[in-house]
Design a protein around this ligand. Structure first.
Ligand code: MSP
Length: 515
């Protein structure tokens, strides 16, 4: 079985800077990528920027600049922000790069050669914010406004090349039906299937009235429709259609993590394109939900927009990992979520009081009572010990299963539950009292040894979600995790006599900011 794992985020429009929605999608993808990397898989994670289309032209004009300049400026912000936030993307693709453009043209050439592209004319509605053609029925339902932004739809009437989407739709539908995991969560899968069954027309894939895009190889007066251009990124970044297809052969097919509003493009247009090319379909498409903020749609005018500046300030004050944890735990991966300041603080306090405190008191007690050396756990266990052991032994499998079903929330909270149980265990077994009675020395060793092992396990299981803090915590345990797989870590025992490092608060208290 192949040991590769290819995972992608959507490529983001460069008409603005990253905000909560983008950061959420990239962080969740990074969490999944890190988990698979930790499992020893050869992971390739891709993100990037979608720089063409009418929206870019209009935004640039409004800002009195050129689309290329605007795209470049924001692409650099996206690229740098991922570094700043500790995201490990193996590549960053920009749709204005020659490698992408050439490969897109090759893709079109192959589709033309298959007779899947023909010239006709398009007359209908277009949602410029979404860069999406909208059918008359959908347009009418939404009173000729965008279902996403609420802005009026535009009427387009122009000559255009079409892709024979309808030819491939039955095959796409069959694939979705036969592969229950292809589109997740299930509610989204059902949504796509019913929309397909309502009928799908061929797709206009070129614009003659737009200059900002990739020229069609067969008719350079037209540029490629931005979604055909953008979806191709998942394989152009791997060198598809170029002189060197090594990465493509190695990593494709992959898993796409996207937001729910771009499901249709990924589940219908993209598979149909791949079928036309005779290439394998993606392994899976996972659509996550949308964030609102303080109960309302995020909007700059409402003042509840969680923009980059805000996210940076939070990461600076509380750490990148506190932000990651909050986002992953805020709701089920796949459901809509709501950002609230109060919930953020609650989630940070959970990290500090449950995980940080569990770690700190364990290290401190072992320092104080056992010279910082992990004590020997006695063979004879009491029921309360056994309950803790059971929980820690089950953690690895439970977390792995959670990742494999894309349940990132459980993957993040299960280790916290173990830490919470460990704190309760310490409170019930009262090591500080045991320490006063020399006759209870062995009991104290067992309690401290088990508490240490449980906290260390919780930290190990949290590496994908809290890459900086989990490792900082493991360093306090003096555990060398380098090169160890998730299974090895989860099965590792802290040997008696193992010397711990120095303890210090993992999530130091944050003074409330003055502004
Ligand atoms: N360029 C297209 C994607 C092309 S992929 C071949 C695009 N870009 S975008 O900049 O609008 O980013 C879309 C992604 O950002 C969504 O799929 C989603 O992952 C994320 N989000 C944007 N706003 C969001 C929220 N309010 N909440 C959660 N995520 C949302 O579409």
């Amino acid at each position: 079985m192949s040991n590769t794992y290819y995972i992608t985020t959507p490529i983001y429009y460069t008409n603005g800077e990253p905000h909560l929605g983008h950061v959420y999608c990239t962080v969740c993808t990074d969490v999944l990528a890190r988990f698979h990397r930790l499992c020893g898989e050869d992971v390739h994670m891709l993100t990037g920027t979608d720089e063409h289309g009418i929206k870019m032209v209009k935004t640039a004009a409004a800002l009195n600049t050129e689309p290329a300049a605007l795209a470049h400026k924001n692409a650099m912000v996206f690229r740098d922000v991922w570094k700043e936030m500790g995201i490990i993307n193996d590549d960053f693709i920009r749709t204005t790069e020659p490698r992408h453009k050439l490969s897109v043209q090759e893709i079109i050439r192959r589709m033309v050669a298959r007779d899947d592209i023909y010239l006709s004319s398009y007359e209908g509605w277009y949602d410029e914010g979404q860069e999406e053609f909208v059918t008359e029925t959908e347009a009418k339902v939404n009173e000729y406004k965008s279902a996403i932004s609420g802005r009026p739809l535009l009427r387009y009437k122009e000559q255009s090349y079409f892709f024979r989407l309808s030819k491939y739709v039955p095959q796409v539908l069959k694939h979705i039906e036969n592969h229950p995991d292809f589109v997740q969560p299930e509610s989204r899968r059902n949504e796509v299937m019913s929309k397909i069954k309502a009928g799908v027309d061929d797709l206009s894939i070129s614009r003659a009235t737009l200059k900002w895009g990739i020229p069609l190889p067969n008719d350079p007066e037209h540029v490629v429709y931005v979604w055909i251009d953008a979806l191709s990124n998942y394989i152009t970044a791997l060198g598809f259609g170029s002189m060197d297809e090594t990465l493509y052969r190695k990593y494709w097919p992959g898993v796409h993590v996207i937001g729910k509003e771009i499901l249709w493009f990924h589940c219908v247009y993209w598979p149909a394109m791949l079928l036309s090319l005779g290439e394998p379909l993606p392994k899976g498409i996972f659509a996550h939900g949308w964030w609102t903020s303080e109960g309302k749609k995020m909007s700059k005018s409402m003042g509840n927009f969680v923009d980059l500046e805000r996210l940076r300030a939070i990461a600076k004050a509380y750490s990148n990992d506190a932000l990651r944890y909050y986002m992953v735990r805020a709701g089920n991966f796949g459901s809509d979520l709501d950002w609230t300041e109060i919930d953020f603080i609650k989630s940070f306090n959970e990290l500090a009081n449950v995980l940080g405190n569990g770690l700190n008191r364990t290290i401190k007690m072992i320092g104080k009572y056992r010279d910082g050396k992990v004590p020997l756990v006695q063979a004879e266990l009491e029921p309360i010990d056994r309950a803790l052991v059971e929980k820690m032994d089950a953690l690895g499998d439970a977390v792995r299963a959670a990742y494999l079903r894309y349940d990132l929330q459980a993957a993040a909270t299960l280790p916290l539950e173990l830490a919470r149980q460990t704190n309760g265990y310490i409170e019930s077994t009262e090591p500080f009292k045991l320490a006063k009675d020399p006759a209870k020395a062995q009991r104290l060793s067992t309690v401290l040894g088990l508490a240490a092992e449980a906290i260390a396990k919780a930290l190990m299981a949290l590496i994908p979600v809290l890459p900086e803090k989990a490792i900082e915590g493991l360093k306090q345990f003096n555990i060398d995790f380098a090169g160890k797989s998730f299974d090895e870590l989860m099965n590792a025992k802290l040997p008696a006599g193992h010397q711990l490092g120095d303890g210090k608060p993992l999530f130091p208290k944050v003074e409330p900011s003055k502004d």
